[in-house]
Design a protein around this ligand. Structure first.
Ligand code: 7TS
Length: 409
């Protein structure tokens, strides 16, 4: 992959931040957008903008065709069996909330929902709420010594009482990819529904929902080069048919009388109100952009970049890296002894290096790791060796500043 050329596709990098070249290492929070995606948004608004699924005029037909073509692109990208298995949502968070809400009637008191201690709050709190509403119990699978998912614990916890298993495909903190296929078969062996939070996976790895045998799979556009406000819920058709819509009104209805309403078929019955049309079209453009390289290549590139970063990070005195050290995605969470991660992130920003500090919306995981917060550098296809060099230099300068004070820094 020609990273120099790739970087040039992203206009945001044509600027200095705090008088330094922008070193953007926060793509796990949100990724930047290439020209082709920005152009797709602009083109839509300049030429085709109209509401979808309701007008007969030419613009409405064009907008509807572009919106539905984007659905097809998403279906192909994750290898859904049918295009109608793709529901557009606002985000991963919304997708997961809709599933947790829409399966309420399936859950009875005493049933068990299984998640993990590494879940983002978006794949934990909706299930806590479902458990509260229904009298079900929530069980969390723990970590092993390598800070990976403990599969023995998974085997113990996924028993005959379990109705739902919901797990992140890739962690937003630990840099691990969970063995979803194996976990799906554990879930299906006991008749449970397998739900996957793919927010950190779809942007970075090849994902085949049929091969994974996921019943539901959620992800967000803004972490994969598309804008904020567009997300995806994939569901197997048989499961989407069982899911009750959470929102009503607009074009999701069939016939309405004063007292009753019928709904459109899946997936349109879930898309109440005017959807994020430009967001869906931009997501299609982002998929086209990623497809020119192929997700295998992107995953390999990020893995190699992370593998180069890890020994350099570990060589820094007082640095603790979380997650396994021998295999890692492009998500690198770490702490510097004696320096609060928020202070360190502010110091890194002064060097033009954008990283995230905080609990990463994974407070139960922070507890497991014995910390309140970490720093996190997260890589994407536009990051290169120079970005790593700047990160390492900035960390060293930050340490110097905090350890030796203003004068020496
Ligand atoms: N699940 C995982 C694994 C995530 O990493 C995130 C966002 C979400 C769900 C929620 O996605 P959203 O698009 O609905 O907000 N993670 C992060 C992060 O790590 N830093 O900022 C957002």
């Amino acid at each position: 992959m020609d990273i120099k050329r790739i970087k040039q596709d992203f206009p945001i990098f044509n600027q200095q931040v705090n008088d330094e070249p922008l070193t953007y290492l926060d793509s796990a929070a949100t990724a930047q957008m290439p020209n082709s995606v920005l152009n797709a948004i602009e083109y839509y608004y300049r030429h085709d903008h109209a509401n979808v699924h309701r007008g007969t005029h030419t613009l409405a037909q064009r907008a509807t065709a572009a919106y539905e073509q984007a659905r097809q692109k998403v279906a192909d990208f994750i290898n859904a069996n049918q295009t109608e298995e793709i529901v557009f949502t606002r985000s991963t968070t919304e997708s997961l909330n809709w599933v947790a809400q829409g399966l309420t009637k399936m859950i009875n008191p005493g049933d068990v929902i299984v998640a993990t201690v590494m879940e983002h709050h978006s794949n934990l709190v909706p299930w806590q709420q479902l458990a509260k509403r229904t009298g079900a119990k929530l069980r969390l699978i723990g970590l092993n010594d390598q800070q990976e998912l403990d599969l023995d614990d998974a085997k113990r916890k996924i028993d005959a009482k379990v109705k739902i298993v919901t797990i992140a495909h890739a962690s937003n903190v630990l840099g691990v990819i969970n063995p979803i296929k194996e976990l799906s078969s554990m879930a299906h062996r006991v008749g449970a529904c397998m739900i996957v939070d793919g927010a950190q996976a779809v942007p970075h790895l090849p994902v085949d929902v049929q091969d994974l045998d996921a019943d539901f799979y959620a992800f967000s556009g803004h972490k994969m080069l598309a804008p904020t406000g567009i997300g995806v819920l994939y569901g197997k058709m048989e499961w989407l048919k069982r899911l009750e819509p959470s929102q009503f009104g607009g074009e999701m209805i069939g016939q309405v009388t004063q007292q009753t309403a019928t709904f459109k078929p899946v997936p349109w019955c879930f898309e109440a109100g005017t959807p994020n049309i430009s967001g869906a079209i931009a997501l299609g453009a982002a998929i086209d952009y990623l497809n020119q390289f192929g997700m295998d290549q992107i995953a390999d590139y990020e893995r190699q970049l992370a593998a180069k970063a890890i020994p350099r990070l570990l060589a820094i005195d007082g640095l603790t890296l979380y997650g396994p050290h021998d295999h890692h995605t492009g998500v690198l969470a770490f702490n510097l002894a004696g320096i609060h991660p928020h202070d360190a992130a502010t110091a890194l920003d002064l060097e033009g290096v954008a990283v995230r500090a905080g609990h990463h919306c994974a407070q139960p995981l922070m507890k497991e790791l014995g910390v309140d917060a970490t720093l996190r550098a997260s890589l994407y296809l536009y990051n290169d060796q120079k970005d790593l060099d700047r990160l390492i230099l900035a960390i060293k300068a930050t340490k110097e500043f905090f350890e030796n004070g203003f004068e020496q820094a």
